[in-house]
Design a protein around this ligand. Structure first.
Ligand code: TMP
Length: 258
């Protein structure tokens, strides 16, 4: 065959307009992957729980996870890494335990859920490793990034909500530990946690499209509305007062009677 002759190759069919819109919305389409990050006591759980409920009421399959954890292996690794008895654990060992738990949850739960079209809500993910192990512990940031990459095998959050109380590191730690006592990470000291909090803000500055800062300095209903606003490009109904009215959020401010 001369170099001017070409073998005939079937053209790849162009994606339909709806396919293009769908894949432009999120690289994880048909699923959506949302992570919540923040220092200690930032109040992520309430907002993850509320978002999960609203999404489920609208018919989405929601997979709610926490890191480390979310799988049998991950929960075992969680108890190892957070156990105050393991005070001899090196920073390198700590990093690898978090990454081991992550590799498992990505493979076992997150990727299959995204492939099914679920909305995955994860309490902490790889930004925590950059904030805690790189900024907090002082491990090489580029190496930690590579470890994240190795564990995630191409799975990335579509959106990350970085929650911050606007208060001091000390107040956050106090809030996180007053009910159940401090775990090994919470005992790492105030300077460590101040570096972690700064690290999170740097991560946000470097990737403002994905990572959105939500300050929780007012009533829970106000914070939750802010969370929804930061997700409205992924779920346009969240921006609509008709479909997502203010009264929807009011239940968050009702104090539970003990
Ligand atoms: P939490 O889920 O109750 O916040 O506990 C997890 C602790 O582990 C928290 O102190 C943050 C820390 N952590 C890391 O240091 N690196 C990580 O990669 C992750 C996911 C969590």
């Amino acid at each position: 065959m001369s170099k001017h002759e070409h073998t005939f190759v079937d053209p790849v069919p162009a994606p339909s307009l709806s396919q293009q819109i769908e894949s432009a919305k999120t690289p994880n389409a048909p699923g959506v992957f949302i992570t919540f990050e923040g220092g200690e006591g930032a109040g992520k759980s309430t907002h993850i729980g509320f978002l999960a409920r609203v999404l489920e009421e609208r018919g989405y399959e929601v997979v709610r996870l926490r890191e480390p954890g979310g799988t049998e292996i991950g929960e075992t690794l969680r108890s190892v890494v957070l156990d105050v008895k393991n005070d001899q654990m090196t920073d390198e060992c700590e990093l690898l335990v978090y990454e081991a738990a992550r590799a498992q949850i990505v493979h076992e739960v997150i990727r299959p859920a995204l492939q099914r079209g679920a909305v995955v809500l994860c309490d902490r993910f790889y930004d925590s490793t950059i904030a805690y192990q790189a900024y907090g512990r002082g491990l090489d940031r580029e190496f930690v990034r590579q470890c994240n990459h190795f564990a995630c095998k191409g799975v990335h959050p579509d959106r990350t909500i970085l929650m911050c109380t606007g208060g001091s590191t000390e107040e956050g730690l106090e809030r996180a530990t007053h009910r159940v006592g401090a775990d090994r990470l919470e005992l790492a000291g105030e300077d460590f946690h101040a570096r972690v909090n700064e690290g999170f803000l740097k991560i946000q500055e470097q990737d403002p499209q994905r990572v959105r800062l939500v300050v929780s300095d007012q009533a829970k209903s106000v914070t939750s509305r802010r969370v929804f606003d930061q997700l409205a490009d992924l779920f346009p109904w969240m921006a609509s007062e008709e479909e997502c009215p203010q009264r929807l959020f009011a239940s968050l401010d009702v104090k539970k009677v003990q």
